[in-house]
Ligand binder design. Structure first.
Ligand SMILES: C[S@@+](CC[C@H](N)C(=O)[O-])C[C@H]1O[C@@H](n2cnc3c(N)ncnc32)[C@H](O)[C@@H]1O
Length: 306
């Protein structure tokens, strides 16, 4: 069978079954299409870097699938978590995994120039790390600037015409202070909300009771964080998730930051994969308000000025 789009659709359908309900599956599919297209254009093996590679699921899976299209000695994952990197090295022994902070320009420069840089669910952690001791929560302007500085450093690590594949959380458009009233559909959902408000670290979550114990009013900003974190409540991952804000930029802010970084947008998609679960726990009573688009997927190319 020739390796056309139908071949790859079938390949990924079987290979990514375990990621069925994960948004980042879309990042793998988009990156796979990009790698195939780029290889056709350049005719040479590609250099592939993932920043915040975790256990290597994204970069390892992509490089394994496209072993003839990538330069295996130039497939690199960076993460500062040594336990995750040990797993990467075990599961994907052919590639290079580097321990370090990917916001460090010197580290990035030491890795050479890349054809494709993957940032999958990584930049929101850069944003979330910018907690101000004075404020007791994330310093939003400083944190956004840190994300933008990181992106600018990533652009420096691309070859001219190189690409980024960015997948992450999305801050909904609209007034973040707008009041939204929600009704929990059962006591467990109400209890989970209590756990969320008392344990979530990046921001202080405030709400007002709205008539009966199952109804509360809170800001759009806080609601978005609650609803996207609700899938982790009661699960082991909550231990780390409670320290992270998945949202940081609105779609317009992503567009603006990309443009300022010299990146030309090629594809931008927003998506949500958890709305059905959310509907089982919570009803939104405020008219005209819906559950948020949770994720954003961006493919952008660095086109250096003439
Ligand atoms: C949510 S995980 C995503 C892992 C992987 N990209 C995936 O989607 O499967 C984010 C990863 O980024 C890493 N990380 C966050 N900030 C980092 C930084 N400044 N430098 C290096 N690694 C970082 C964390 O250790 C974590 O493994």
């Amino acid at each position: 069978m020739p390796e056309n789009d139908a071949f790859w659709d079938f390949y990924w359908e079987t290979r990514l079954q375990a990621m069925e309900n994960l948004g980042k599956r879309e990042a793998i599919l988009a990156a796979s299409r990009l790698i195939r297209r780029l290889f056709q254009q350049t005719g040479r093996p590609l250099r592939l870097l993932e920043l915040g590679c975790g256990e290597g699921q994204i970069v390892g899976t992509l490089a394994d699938a496209h072993v003839e299209l990538v330069a295996s000695q130039a497939v690199i994952g960076v993460d500062y978590n040594p336990t995750s990197l040990a797993r990467c090295r075990r599961d994907f022994p052919g590639f290079k995994f580097v321990e370090g902070d990917f916001t460090d320009r010197t580290l990035l420069a030491s890795l050479g120039k890349q054809d494709v840089v993957l940032l999958v669910n990584a930049l929101h952690e850069v944003f979330s790390a910018e907690v101000s001791p004075e404020l007791g929560e994330v310093d939003i302007p400083a944190a956004k600037q840190r994300v933008e500085d990181t992106l600018a450093a990533v652009v420096q690590s691309l070859v001219p015409g190189g690409w980024i594949v960015l997948f992450d959380g999305l801050e909904p458009a609209g007034d973040p202070d707008e009041a939204i009233t929600i009704r929990f559909l059962d006591d467990q959902a109400r209890q989970n909300f209590e756990t969320f408000t008392s344990q979530y670290q990046p921001f202080r979550i405030t709400y007002q009771p709205a008539g009966n114990p199952l109804r509360v009013t809170l800001s759009r900003h806080d609601f978005t964080r609650y609803i996207t974190k609700s899938i982790f409540l009661g699960k082991h991952l909550w231990v780390t998730e409670r320290f992270e804000s998945y949202q940081y930029f609105t779609e317009q802010e992503f567009r603006d930051v990309l443009a300022r970084s010299g990146l030309e947008l090629s594809e931008l998609r927003t998506l949500t994969v958890n709305a059905e679960k959310w509907r089982r726990w919570v009803e939104i009573e405020t008219p005209g308000v819906d559950f948020p688009q949770e994720h954003i997927l961006i493919l952008a190319q660095w086109v250096p000025p003439d």
